[in-house]
Design a protein around this ligand. Structure first.
Ligand SMILES: C[S@@+](CC[C@H](N)C(=O)[O-])C[C@H]1O[C@@H](n2cnc3c(N)ncnc32)[C@H](O)[C@@H]1O
Length: 256
């Protein structure tokens, strides 16, 4: 299966899990709901006609909304990356000066989705991290020729694919809210895929989770999981927990 890779980079990207997720996700005729969208790789490959996609990171959502509204197109992105790539190549301090210019421009409140892609692709190790005021605080990858023609072509091809997959409103809806406001939007025909921030990972401005809980929560029977091993050598032991609705009801009723 050829996996569509989105133009945003992030260390938590689930590219390798996509075939597995596609196999186990039941084929529902409702919406694909993803409260923790991240790069969007899972949603873009799940290919549901209707989707609700959300993230607390406003830059991710602004970027994909701009793609949806055709404010970001392949020719515009290509031109932007060629210009900025040239400035980076010619900048002092082996390109670092221009990286800092773009980062300062972005952090000044411009938050251009084009600059977001620049920072995402020219930042150290493909990391995405924000400081205490929501400022992009990743250093430069130290490659002045980062935006060589072949790399620009790769990025715009990724953009081209996701622009073809993202359907116009109202079929695909993007939100910049907390997951707790998104999950109640689900109805019985929808599927919710949740990939919250990881336990033990760096917590930043948009990733404030500190709770020590890790779980895969399914609203469908997960007993078939063991059949889908996708190249993993040793089968992982899965244990399906059941949601005790009676308990949940009592818990709510007595406010305990
Ligand atoms: C593990 S990443 C998702 C990765 C994604 N599945 C991918 O493959 O790219 C978790 C995402 O949750 C977002 N997030 C953190 N706290 C959130 C919250 N309370 N509500 C919604 N999104 C949140 C983060 O900004 C981050 O993009």
């Amino acid at each position: 299966m050829k996996v569509v890779i989105p133009p945003i980079k992030s260390q938590g990207i689930k590219t390798k899990l996509v075939p597995w997720i596609k196999d186990v996700a039941p084929k529902v005729n409702g919406r694909w709901i993803e409260p923790f969208l991240g790069t969007g790789v899972v949603a873009f490959n799940a290919r549901y006609k209707k989707a609700i996609l959300n993230d607390t990171n406003p830059h991710i959502i602004r970027f994909y909304k701009s793609v949806q509204e055709r404010l970001i197109t392949v020719p515009l992105m290509k031109q932007y990356l060629e210009n900025e790539g040239k400035l980076l190549r010619e900048a002092g301090n082996n390109g670092y000066d221009h990286y800092l210019t773009v980062r300062a421009r972005f952090n000044s409140g411009e938050y251009s989705p084009f600059d977001f892609i620049f920072l995402s692709r020219a930042g150290f190790n493909g990391m995405m991290r924000f400081g205490s005021k929501g400022n992009w605080n990743i250093p430069f990858c130290k490659k002045p020729d980062r935006f060589a023609q072949a790399y620009i072509t790769k990025i715009v091809n990724q953009l081209s694919l996701v622009s073809q997959i993202i359907s116009p409103k109202p079929d695909w809806q993007f939100y910049n809210k907390s997951f707790s406001e998104i999950i109640p939007l689900a109805t019985e025909n929808d599927i919710i895929y949740c990939d919250p921030p990881y336990f033990g990972r760096h917590a930043d401005y948009y990733n404030g989770w500190t709770e020590k809980v890790e779980a895969l929560v399914c609203n469908f029977d997960a007993n078939g999981f063991a059949q889908h091993n996708h190249g993993v050598k040793e089968k992982v032991k899965m244990r399906q927990l059941e949601l005790d609705l009676e308990y949940t009801y009592k818990y709510k009723e007595y406010g305990k």
